[in-house]
Write a protein that binds this ligand. Structure first.
Ligand SMILES: [Zn+2]
Length: 355
């Protein structure tokens, strides 16, 4: 017999253990007629005594105590937070893993083949400029004269600085347009801008996009480059390279998706565990409340049937208990999330790896 049942006789009526065993009640309090219990009264007492015993069972084998599970309870507040909160959640791993200047050694090779005489395309071109001198492309020999800008160069600077007093250029009396020398730092950045833009035109021939920081403010970042996929697509000679880049991106996407799925499944698992934890705690408290009710009624001399009916009422009310309903809903919601992401993960895996 479970420990609670063992403790029952202490406050249960004397008949309790008798009726549990199916023996007739002896006390007239429990519904006897002329000192003798009828068959149906005996049965009712028998059923109710077992109902009470079952309601107080803390040790049933048919439910799992998640509060004593080996995995510790991880507090979650609120229990349904499903955010993808990592700062790098949107960046594919294959980009994050490459802090170096050339994200791909083939890009490095393409840059070298486009600009073999340029030592470092990312370093500032203005560093090698003689004061107020003309910048000359080491590759093609084209010069950019900051004191005599052509129409294209003026247009490029106009894209960044617009028109007006701070447009970065001044027109001289002879009609020539030169870089404004009032702000030497901006002057040097504008030289960078013109030269980098020229390098970008060389690299475009190799299907590389070259980004450089804006000359408007002090630099916060270095230039960067990546394949120009539109151009690659239109040039048959680049087809193997394009396919390889696409495969690389597909792998990156797959890794990102698996990472997301893993994260969501972990959130779901934690949510299910938290809900189960609270449901176990709730259940234990409910059983304690039932036990208190039974003890109170028995000690007040109430019959087994009356007490049993009160337990039935209490347990009906438990079904509607808002706290219990809330945790059951939370558990079901997290189960749905788990199902959804397990399905999605399988679909993505078979899409990438093949069925
Ligand atoms: Zn050039």
């Amino acid at each position: 017999m479970p420990p609670v049942a063992q403790s029952l006789p202490g406050y249960a009526p004397e008949d309790f253990v008798r009726v549990l065993r199916g023996l007739p009640v002896s006390s007239p309090v429990n519904g006897a007629i002329n000192g003798h219990a009828t068959e149906s009264v005996n049965y009712r007492n028998f059923a109710m005594s077992h109902y009470i015993l079952a309601a107080l069972d803390q040790h049933s084998a048919d439910w799992t105590d998640y509060t004593s599970a080996s995995s510790p309870y991880l507090p979650q507040s609120p229990p349904s937070s499903l955010s993808m909160s990592a700062p790098d959640a949107h960046v594919p791993g294959y980009i994050l893993d490459r802090p170096q200047a050339f994200p791909d050694e083939r890009i490095e090779a393409a840059v070298r083949s486009a600009l073999p005489t340029v030592a470092d395309v990312c370093s500032r071109p203005s560093d090698g400029l003689p004061e107020m001198g003309v910048w000359v492309c080491p590759q093609c020999g084209r010069g950019i004269d900051p004191l005599d800008l052509n129409v294209d160069e003026r247009a490029l600077i106009g894209e960044y600085l617009g028109v007006g007093d701070d447009c970065g250029v001044v027109e001289r009396d002879d009609g020539r347009v030169e870089l404004d020398r009032m702000n030497p730092w901006q002057y040097m950045r504008l030289v960078d801008c013109l030269a980098w833009d020229h390098f970008a035109s060389h690299l475009r021939q190799e299907c590389i996009v070259f980004w450089f920081p804006s000359p408007v403010t002090a630099y916060n970042s270095k230039p960067a480059m990546w394949w120009d996929e539109n151009r690659l697509r239109h040039r048959q000679v680049y087809r193997p390279l394009r396919l390889e880049i696409e495969a690389l991106e597909r792998t990156g996407q797959y890794q990102l998706r698996m990472w997301k799925a893993k994260k969501m499944l972990r959130v779901a698992k934690q949510g299910i565990h938290a809900a189960r934890y609270h449901l176990t705690r709730w259940r234990r408290e409910a059983v304690s409340a039932r036990e208190a009710l039974v003890r109170q009624m028995f000690e007040a001399g109430r019959s087994i049937v009356d007490t049993g009916l009160a337990v039935v009422d209490l347990m009906d009310a438990e079904q509607e208990d808002p706290e219990r309903v809330q945790w059951q809903e939370s558990r079901d919601a997290h189960r749905a999330v788990r199902r959804e992401w397990e399905t999605r993960k399988e679909e993505w895996a078979s899409e990438y790896l093949g069925p």
